[in-house]
Design a protein around this ligand. Structure first.
Ligand code: 4AD
Ligand code: MG
Length: 432
């Protein structure tokens, strides 16, 4: 019996007869020959139907196919040097499963709003396909990396009783007869995990009521947050560097085809796999902006254009370390060499992408942390359980958070993070 294979496995079946479950993305015919552009979720390639090689019914069926028709095709795999994919199928038979006219996404240019309104269908196209395959590689690479490093995957809750990093940007919801919020970060729960399991990472959706319409903000995005007991900030930076080098290498190893569909030059990602990320002091970054003639003072927070300017000067991700305490959250540990700054770092991606990760060493002293909660004007009783982590068996610990869509946007060189997630949620978009 002829074996069913996926398009991605063509290389293992050259000159063999195979069957495939496919959809039609496009069709072109010239008399006695019909070219079918096919996809099956693993890749895109061409099926060729020659009038002389198939039954009359099969040829008629091929001729009548509409875009996104689903079918089972039988044929022989051939090498095809001219195509990006490298193989094509000489079709010997096809069985049509569904074939309806009127698929709304054609091969002409569509506006982004039209495409996002049809996201449930648009995801079948080449570009979203390539991005989601790379997203999948990055997800698996992340899990593999932390597994190898001895971390435990630890899940933080999404319903929150209080607002760990302040109430701005929080989604409020009703929770029976209480108020609740959707999680903006799993970090404080990650710290619980670190004291229970040593090294953990959380990975799940987080929510921020960002009223901004920028290229870098979603209201629902995925964050991966490692937290490491007994680890100081410098070692955390080493870990972050190894992590980004590893996941980027995985994309280069596994997704050359997808990068080529996106027109993304893989060589731009190569330096990242070498590590050696610059650790730029916040003060030096301020100087870079001032030397460029920008109106920026020590203590200001970087805006997107500032980050873009700095990040264009690098060929791989880099750290900006030791930000002023006034622009970072209360749980960070003060820098003993300059208590106006924290032992913290953001990672900025090159090519103008800006911040993709942020983290710090955490304050592990009960009294200092309590004071920092007070100074931040937060409600002490909300943090009673969190303070228990400092009451009992407190240890130095560090962690960071990766914005998954931000990393994908940089790796794939997207203009906007909305393309990095299957169903983007933004201020003006909640459907489909
Ligand atoms: O810098 P943030 O706010 O840091 C935290 O939430 C810490 N609790 C992380 C930690 O130390 N465990 O967010 C972390 C990352 C940012 O660097 C950015 O990449 C991403 O999350 N991010 C967003 N991504 C998409 N849309 C948004 N609205 C985002 N806000 C933050
Ligand atoms: Mg940040």
């Amino acid at each position: 019996m002829t074996e069913f294979i996926s398009i991605r496995d063509c290389a293992k079946h050259v000159d063999e007869e195979v069957k495939m479950h496919v959809w039609l993305t496009d069709k072109r015919s010239s008399g006695k020959i019909i070219f079918l552009q096919l996809r099956d979720g693993t890749a895109f390639f061409q099926g060729v139907v020659r009038k002389n090689d198939v039954s009359e019914e099969a040829f008629a069926a091929a001729k009548s196919l509409h875009q996104e028709a689903s079918m089972i095709v039988t044929g022989t795999v051939h090498k095809d040097e001219r195509s990006k994919f490298g193989f094509e199928l000489q079709v010997s038979n096809l069985e049509v499963i569904s074939n309806r006219e009127g698929y709304p996404i054609g091969n002409k240019e569509h506006g982004i709003d039209f495409l996002l309104d049809h996201r449930h269908l648009w995801l079948r196209s080449r570009r979203p396909f390539a991005i989601m395959q790379i997203r999948n590689t990055l997800f698996k690479a992340t899990v593999d990396f932390f597994e190898k490093e001895g971390f435990v995957k630890f899940d933080a809750p999404i319903f929150m009783h209080s607002a760990p990093e302040g109430t701005t940007e929080l989604f409020h919801t009703e929770y029976f007869d209480h108020d609740a919020y959707l999680s903006q970060s799993g970090q404080l729960y990650g710290e619980v995990g670190a004291e229970a399991f040593g090294k953990i990472f959380t990975f799940g959706p987080t929510f921020r009521a960002e009223p901004s319409k920028t290229r870098r903000h979603l209201t629902e995005f995925w964050m991966m947050e490692p937290e490491m007991a007994w680890m100081h900030q410098d070692e955390s930076l080493d870990l972050q560097e190894r992590f980004l080098a590893y996941i980027t290498k995985q994309v280069l190893d596994k997704n050359q085809y997808e990068l080529s569909l996106l027109g993304r030059d893989p060589e731009k990602l190569r330096p990242t796999t070498e590590g050696n990320f610059v650790r730029l002091d916040y003060g030096e970054a301020v100087k870079m902006l001032q030397e460029d003639g920008r109106d920026f003072k020590w203590g200001d927070d970087f805006g997107a254009p500032d980050e873009a300017f700095i990040s264009e000067q690098f060929d791989r991700p880099f750290f900006i370390v030791n930000y002023p305490t006034s622009i970072k959250p209360f749980y960070m540990k003060k820098n003993p060499e300059n208590p106006k700054t924290y032992l913290c770092a953001d990672v900025l991606a090159p090519e103008g992408y800006g911040e993709i990760m942020g983290g710090s060493e955490r304050e592990s002293d009960y009294d200092i942390l309590k004071q920092q909660i007070e100074e931040a004007g937060l409600t002490m009783s909300d943090y009673d359980w969190y303070l228990d982590l400092r009451r009992y068996g407190s240890v130095p610990h560090s962690g960071f958070g990766m914005g998954f869509e931000r990393v994908i946007a940089w790796i794939c060189k997207l203009d906007h993070v909305r393309e990095a997630i299957p169903f983007p949620r933004m201020m003006n978009r909640l459907e489909p």
